[in-house]
Design a protein around this ligand. Sequence first.
Ligand SMILES: [Zn+2]
Length: 343
Amino acid sequence: MYRCHCQFIPADVLERLACDPTLSQELCKNAAYSARLTQHLLDIRLQTEKLAGFVLENHNLLKLGDNPEVSVFDCKRTQSLPGLQIRTPAESSDTTVKRTYVETDHMATFLREVFKRNSIDDAGMTLMSSVHYGKKYNNAMWNGLQMIYGDGDGELFLDFTLGTDVIGHELAHGITQYTLQLDYDDEAGGLNESMSDVFGSMFRQWRLKQDAASADWLVGKEVMGPVTRERGYTCLRDMSAPAGEHCLAPQPDHFRDLKPGQDPHYTSGPPNLAFCTACKQLGGYSWETIGKVWYQVMTTAGLVPRMKMADFAARSRQAAGELFGNDSPAQKAVDKGWKKVGL
Ligand SMILES: [Zn+2]
């Protein structure tokens, strides 16, 4: 059994699909392949995380530039990383290449304009993406250095670059790596996964100019393939209803239901619901209010790899007071969000 790190589709979902007798042999085989491939990318990520920790502790004050470069590489369905660099991705006739460039560039703008953050590491780190990775690879991931996107098999999952929340989710793992450095197990792991859903979802809403009330709060909606849709799954996760039957990977929606050793893709349910509840309670654009509170905690708490959910909740209540005033509607909304999930 391997530990899964920061890939979009949880390992147990792929394993479940790999053993599903109602699916064709080819789909099962590919789901198993996708699950195994992820395992081999894990070691790189753990090493780069250590490097990021060292850089943070040694106060790297220099920066590459004011805006990060965005580069896109084509793996041409091989597993050779990073692949061939596309010189002018913005003009590519390959829609995956072009979309990846455009959306990653938007993510850089989102971080800069909304959070005053200069790329993932706040030092202008080049945002590198490899597309068409592997053959029908059913996943996307941040490997600690770059983004990797599979094409999906076209039946269970579609091209992973179709989801702006997928792009935002994976890049946010990079931000966590350069801020809180949350571990990937227990409560810290749930917070780690939740940070990525929170920023992925906010980025998707920002692209669509949706406020908290009009957003659907679904994660992975755009990458669900026809076979998963046929079975009634409209998303991977739903931040507003984590336990919903329409979720391919339904989650606990209350803190008391979390169990030790649970995969972070499941323990992220309560903090996801807390964030979504707070945003809906307050109204308006998530990234202008509650998102700023979450970001404040992320960037001011220092390195807290073993952070507990109650600690994040307390810090976010405090941050809401600092940013918007004590007893402000924003602080009350944050409080309501955490109370809903028992924190
Ligand atoms: Zn993740």
